[in-house]
Design a protein around this ligand. Structure first.
Ligand SMILES: Nc1ncnc2c1ncn2[C@@H]1O[C@H](COP(=O)(O)OP(=O)(O)OP(=O)(O)O)[C@@H](O)[C@H]1O
Ligand SMILES: [Mg+2]
Length: 252
């Protein structure tokens, strides 16, 4: 079995508007990728399309997960197969306690029952590691959570679901420096040879804590340049101005 998340010539539209224009990317277990690019270049759209969000229509191209075509699979099928996304703007879910939501997601992912008591115990241990107060266990998911608390709840979810391919959409935005240290330590503990992480970010800062193997730049719905961690550093110095669609040829 080929163990790779292969994104092949992906074209995506929302409401007839073309947003992605042929994205190609291979992500393999054990790799950390950073996806960067200006506001509105299509980074979140790519993540949503990979997760099967119904608003994002794949008009051309394929997504293969470990050799299996999931281009048009339902979101829950993708999640069960080990795809995960931490949202840039996590949704508030009125009336649904965090523990309840996470236990349902756990049962759906692994197909195994876990008692409420055992699951709450697991949550308490992981929340302690993430420096989250355990009163969050019974609070409705994300309702009234601060920006940083929402991001931590996303990472908690990720650690519990043990995805094979994790897409983190600006998980670093809104985290204070201590929270960033805690979250990245949690990510590192979770990360192993079985897991791939794609970090969507605007900042070098998180990449100093979790060093990427590859950095990709998206512009106008395409990956226009790929390189190693030095590319992120270079961007910090020069910005996106010198990059254009023409640099696509310089892709690895
Ligand atoms: N659901 C949607 N409805 C309408 N337009 C959308 C939708 N999702 C994305 N777009 C548009 O697609 C383009 C790409 O948006 P996207 O959110 O993918 O950018 P991004 O690279 O994640 O930007 P940022 O760095 O600001 O998060 C934008 O012009 C955006 O307005
Ligand atoms: Mg975005």
């Amino acid at each position: 079995m080929t163990r790779v998340l292969a994104i092949q010539n992906l074209h995506v539209s929302v409401d007839e508007k073309k947003i992605l224009n042929g994205v190609n990317l291979d992500v393999k277990p054990g790799e950390i990728h950073a996806l960067m690019g200006p506001n509105g270049s299509g980074k979140s759209t790519l993540a949503h399309a990979l997760m099967g969000h119904p608003q994002y229509h794949i008009t051309q191209g394929n997504i293969l997960l470990n050799g299996e075509d999931i281009t048009h699979a339902a979101p829950e099928v993708r999640a069960r197969k080990g795809l995960f996304m931490a949202f840039q703007h996590p949704r508030e879910i009125a009336g649904l306690p965090l523990a309840h939501f996470l236990r349902e997601a756990y049962v759906s992912r692994f197909g195994e029952k876990i008692s409420v008591a055992k699951f709450r115990e697991l949550l308490r241990i992981l929340m302690k590691e993430l420096a989250m107060d355990d009163k969050f266990i019974d609070r409705p998911l994300n309702e009234g959570f601060s920006g940083g608390e929402k991001k931590k709840a996303e990472i908690l979810q990720m650690i519990i679901l043990r995805p094979l391919y994790a897409l983190l959409d600006e998980t670093d935005s809104g985290l204070d420096i201590d929270a960033l240290t805690i979250v990245t330590a949690g990510l590192k503990r979770f990360f192993g040879a079985e897991t791939a992480i794609v970090i969507i970010t605007h900042y070098q800062r998180i990449l100093k804590f979790i060093e990427p193997d590859y950095v990709h730049i998206m512009m106008k719905g395409e990956v226009v340049k790929s390189g190693d961690k030095d590319l992120a550093h270079e961007l910090e110095q020069t910005g996106f101005k010198h990059l254009s669609h023409d640099t696509k040829a310089s892709r690895e």
